[in-house]
Design a protein around this ligand. Structure first.
Ligand SMILES: Nc1ncnc2c1ncn2[C@@H]1O[C@H](COP(=O)(O)OP(=O)(O)OP(=O)(O)O)[C@@H](O)[C@H]1O
Length: 336
């Protein structure tokens, strides 16, 4: 089980124009991912989902809150003591080409982490070769064909499979797939998603999907937990099928219907939501973070921040004072 409580991260911008400006990437996020479970973090660009994934994988620090891995709080440990815990969490990035060293064959790529494991556990060279073939088979690649190849001799989908195979060499407990299919040819995407689903079922490895794409979260479906993140806050959370079928937060509703509709052509009852890009981020954040884009906001929303909670008749957690079914459409930029 991997849990986070109150994870907070603020970046201070560098560069002449933005120097000193604070970006609240995460504002007290709670999450829990069971052993062998799966979850998806979803939200538009800049909402903080990658930062959260990087924190979970031990690649980014956080300012406040606590991450616990297998019941062990990380804050009480020295950096060296944390390493073996975070090694169990492997990140799969969106660009498999830049994740692989172009001068190394697949064999050399897999041997590096395997050599470390062999040294730690007193295993032989033969074990390393067998394990390399085994992880390649697990990701659906033929070892005899790919071991001698360089990244440029593989398709995008095959490269991503090699990246996943490399992650498997350390027997991870969780894979964090950060937009893992967005740079892969559309025809190969489903195969990678199916592979991650399959690895979860066969090896019991947890999978965390970070995506802006509802279809990816929906494909995972079933028992997966969906976390909808808006400007560093989780605004809706629940089983993916429940949230997708019946979203109650206006932000989730706009994400799920983010098909640009021409102003004036909304269906009866549909309310346009203002695009994020039109917000003046320098204005202070009081009340609900979504207020300035929300067509349904009231004075209460502007003055008080709703916390994530369940209420009567709404099974999923939500951070909205008015959780209701509504018809929301994203309005095209040109209309604002
Ligand atoms: N190293 C950094 N220094 C300064 N600001 C950062 C840094 N990393 C992220 N940010 C800012 O933090 C916010 C959240 O970024 P993050 O990459 O986590 O969002 P995201 O939802 O994953 O977006 P995307 O899908 O575009 O990657 C953004 O405003 C981003 O500009």
């Amino acid at each position: 089980m991997i849990t986070g409580n109150g994870i907070t991260k603020t970046f201070r911008q560098r560069g002449s124009v933005l120097a000193g400006r604070e970006v609240h990437a995460l504002r007290g996020v709670d999450f829990a991912i069971a052993k062998g479970g799966s979850a998806s973090f979803i939200g538009e660009s800049g909402c903080g989902k990658t930062t959260l994934g990087r924190i979970i994988a031990g690649l980014e620090t956080y300012d406040a809150g606590e991450i616990s891995i297998g019941g062990t709080p990380m804050s009480g440990l020295k950096p060296k003591q944390r390493q073996p815990h975070f090694r169990k969490i492997q990140m799969i990035h969106q660009d498999p080409y830049s994740a692989l060293n172009p001068t190394r064959t697949v064999h050399q790529t897999l041997q590096a982490p395997l050599a470390l494991r062999a040294k730690q556990t007193g295993r032989s060279r033969q074990w390393m070769d067998e394990r390399a073939a085994e992880v390649l088979s697990l990701v659906g690649l033929d070892p005899d064909t790919v071991l001698s190849r360089y990244p440029h001799q593989l398709s995008g989908g095959m490269r991503q499979r090699v990246v996943i195979a490399r992650a498997l060499t350390v027997d991870p407990e969780m894979l964090v797939a950060d937009e893992a299919v967005s740079m892969i040819d559309v025809s190969l995407r489903l195969g990678i998603l199916a592979l991650l689903k399959d690895l979860r079922e066969r090896l019991g490895v947890s999978v965390l999907f970070i995506t802006h794409d509802v279809a990816t979260a929906r494909y995972i479906g079933g028992d997966s937990e969906l976390y909808v993140i808006y400007r560093g806050q989780v605004v809706e959370r629940g089983p993916v099928d429940t949230v997708i079928a019946d979203p109650v937060h206006p932000y989730t509703q706009s994400l799920l219907s983010a098909i640009p509709v021409l102003h004036g052509l909304e269906l009866p009852g549909e309310q346009p939501v203002v695009p994020l890009a039109s917000l003046d981020e320098s204005q202070p954040d009081t009340g609900c973070l979504f207020t300035r884009r929300c067509p349904f906001h009231t004075d209460r929303c502007a003055g008080e921040r709703p916390l994530l909670r369940v209420t009567e008749d709404v099974p999923q957690e939500h951070a909205c004072f008015y959780p209701e079914r509504r018809s929301v459409v994203a309005r095209p930029m040109s209309e604002v």
